[in-house]
Design a protein around this ligand. Sequence first.
Ligand code: SAH
Length: 193
Amino acid sequence: MRLRHLAMELSKLPPHPQHNVELEQYATEGDFAARWIAEMIERGDLDASTRVVDLGAGNGILGIGCHLAGCASTLLVEIDPHCQHEYEGVEWFIGDVQDWDRDNVDLVIMNPPWGAQTPKADRPFLEGAFNSSATVVYLLHSKHSTHLIPLAESLDWVGEIVLNGAFRLPATYAHHQSQNDVTEVSVWRFNRL
Ligand code: SAH
């Protein structure tokens, strides 16, 4: 599927309701998700044999992107039942990120809560991914995060930034970004040491 077509398909998904501030619900946009997925394909991390889990999936934009790119299976893990919608070919686990099945996954993709509302809210996401059967983990976080690489290394993973972008925050969060509602984000790619 061409990049532009993928971006268009993803932009058509039901929007994330973004109604729960505590859960830090800021949604990835279609064109950025498509760029991210193209990057994973180019690096040989996503193909027809890859079982994907999307943690804190929201409307599923990242995991559904992997599904449209032809991965083997997709599980969307999300605590907020309002995010769930029918989408053929993907499965949902509506529940806490502590409780998903970590034994049947090759690639974890996530844009988790960053921990701005509840400190360390991203920890169970990171620790779950690094303690799963996955061989590669992709993560979107604030560009200025410094805790990710040390945390990964403490669990025998290494990581680097592979993509940068700007992220529009919903109005509920925008007041944290003094003048504007755009924040810089990066995508990290981690693999085992
Ligand atoms: N991945 C989506 C949504 C990102 S926002 C996207 O990129 O657009 C982060 C998501 O994590 C929200 O949908 C929020 O409801 C979910 N979330 C927050 N805490 C969670 C938890 N403990 N378990 C599972 N999901 C959680």
